[in-house]
Write a protein of this length. Structure first.
Lengths: 415, 120
């Protein structure tokens, strides 16, 4: 392998920790990013001869810090010659960095803080994700732009603006209290969950472009779990991502259309990854503090353990959706519960459940397409066509539209 | 003598490979597995990532406790093992060289005692 690839992989891996420590030191994301880039160049120049240091993270933090202090000193010196301004560069600090101790507890809170800063509430979710991908994950702006389907220049501007917003974020560097730490973990977990979903729930044509988002979400969740190994919510979150991602090779057909779980060739599911997800879920369950991520992972686990869709344990899935509704009484979750009901008690029982949701889901096209499907099963073609028409009016994707038009044609023959 | 080949992952390198490069690494391992199998004494295992691990620890006083994650902050992650009969250290090193790759380092270490399939 080309050695530069090895370096790239290594820098990618340590980036969140090094950037987090440099941001603490200098209080600025741009300075931290630049210092990290300089430190990486120094590493490429010196590691091949001097050998990889025992503590590469500490080495890079030190090299980055020195680069910033050197630059500041150069600026100060230039200034002094120009107008004799006395500078406040602290010489002692410069020497200190050579013996800089890296406290691993402090470092893990720094990584969490850095991600938490990206979840600033004045940023839209998309801008939060873009900022985290750029600064923490180190994704190139061009790649981020491609994943969010915008031009590179536009993404560049959005990230610059987002950095300005968070620059003055009043997030203290002191070690957070346990309660504050859990609060930060919650916000960051949600951001990673949304990042994964942004990548995963893409339309068929966009899956390839969006896939890196899933990979980065998994990578950051792994890193966070590595730093906070006893947080069951992170185990549940990573398990959930892996259960989904294990199906990546099975979800598209020959014509690059998305397949439902029922239609997928389960031989193509990544069994090793499902096994890893199951282990993480079992670890999370030992804590007996279920989180919505853990319950969603458990639902995915039920699907993953069925060799064929007809073997799915729908009663267990319905029980899990009830548990999820206990956390979050959302009509969309109730809709998924109704799907389980249709498999257990049949379409009529499921329709009764859907009736109670109609008012809240009137603008949700899946509500209407599911209703239409159940009505078709009950041989009520007129009502089914009407429901498909309502779904068609709510902006389905092209393949969905084709699928529904096909169903309507079949229903017309039934009347 | 039985030699073990302890494989330590270098984080993220394998993931950064193209499908073709991954396949080259896997092929080297399959070749070694075929050699190991021909020697009848065989142990082959690849472990899941350390995030799936728990550590059980006991002191003399209380009941053992189970902790999440690997015990210590380990820099290189143990990810798998081969063990089979080799004629000499040189032969064992030659096998290790066959599967060597920047994505993992390999510790070659003689086996002191073996149970199960390896004992036969």
């Amino acid at each position: 392998m080309d050695p530069s690839r090895w370096f790239e992989a290594h820098f990618h891996h340590v980036r969140p920790r090094v950037i987090a420590a440099l941001s603490r030191r200098f209080g600025d994301l741009d300075i931290a990013e630049e210092a990290f880039a300089t430190a990486c160049m120094k590493a490429v120049a010196s590691w091949p001869d001097q050998g990889r240091p025992d503590e590469p993270v500490a080495w890079l933090i030190r090299a980055g810090s020195n680069a910033v202090l050197d630059a500041k000193r150069r600026e100060a010196t230039a200034g002094k010659y120009r107008d004799s301004v006395i500078t406040d560069i602290d010489e002692g600090r410069q020497i200190d960095t050579d013996k800089l101790n890296i406290d691993s507890d402090e470092l893990r809170d720094d990584v969490l803080r850095l991600l938490f800063v990206c979840c600033h509430r004045d940023l839209s979710v998309e801008n939060q994700l873009a900022l985290a991908l750029k600064v923490v994950a180190g994704m190139r702006v061009a790649e981020i732009a491609a994943a969010f389907l915008v031009k590179e220049k536009a993404m560049e501007r959005r990230i610059t603006r987002a950095k300005k917003v968070v620059r003055d974020a009043a997030v203290p560097f002191e070690t957070p209290s346990p309660a504050e730490r859990l609060q930060r973990l919650k916000s960051v977990s949600l951001m990673l969950y949304l990042l994964f979903n942004e990548g995963w729930y893409a339309s068929a044509g966009e899956t390839a472009l969006k896939q890196p988002l899933c990979e980065e979400a998994i990578r950051l969740a792994r890193e966070l779990l590595h730093l906070f190994p006893a947080i069951s919510e992170l185990m549940g979150l990573l398990a959930l991502m892996l259960f989904h991602y294990a199906k990546r090779k099975a979800r598209l057909d020959d014509k690059q259309q998305l397949l439902s779980l029922d239609e997928q060739n389960r031989q193509l599911w990544d069994r090793a990854q499902i096994g890893e997800a199951q282990s993480l879920m079992q670890k999370a369950q030992r804590h007996r503090t279920p989180s919505p991520y853990q319950i969603q992972a458990a639902i995915a686990a039920v699907h993953a353990s069925a060799a064929h869709s007809r073997d799915t344990d729908w009663a267990e899935i319905r029980r899990l959706y009830d548990a999820l509704l206990g956390f979050e009484p959302s009509p969309v979750i109730a809709l998924n519960r109704a799907v389980a009901t249709s498999r257990i008690d049949g379409p009529a029982a499921a329709l009764l459940e859907l009736d109670t949701l109609a008012a809240r889901l009137v603008d949700y096209r899946w509500f209407h397409s599911l209703t239409a499907g159940l009505l078709s099963e009950l041989s009520r073609p007129e009502e089914a066509i009407a429901a498909f028409d309502r779904a068609l009016a709510l902006g389905p994707t092209e393949p969905e539209r084709q699928h529904m038009l096909g169903k309507i044609e079949e229903l017309k023959k039934m009347r | 003598m039985l030699y073990s080949f302890l494989i330590y992952e270098v984080p993220e390198v394998f993931e950064s490979y193209s499908d073709e490069e991954k396949e080259q690494v896997m092929q080297k391992h399959r070749d070694l597995q075929a050699i190991a199998e021909s020697k009848s004494t065989l142990c082959v295992a690849q472990l899941m990532p350390t995030s799936t691990a728990v550590t059980v620890r006991a002191d003399h006083k209380s009941k053992p406790i189970t902790l999440d994650g690997p015990f210590a902050e380990t820099k290189e992650l143990f990810m798998g093992i081969y063990a089979f009969d080799c004629g000499s250290l040189d032969e064992a090193i030659a096998y290790a060289e066959e599967i060597s790759d920047p994505c993992h380092t390999i510790e070659v270490r003689p086996v002191k005692w073996a149970g199960g399939a390896l004992a036969s």
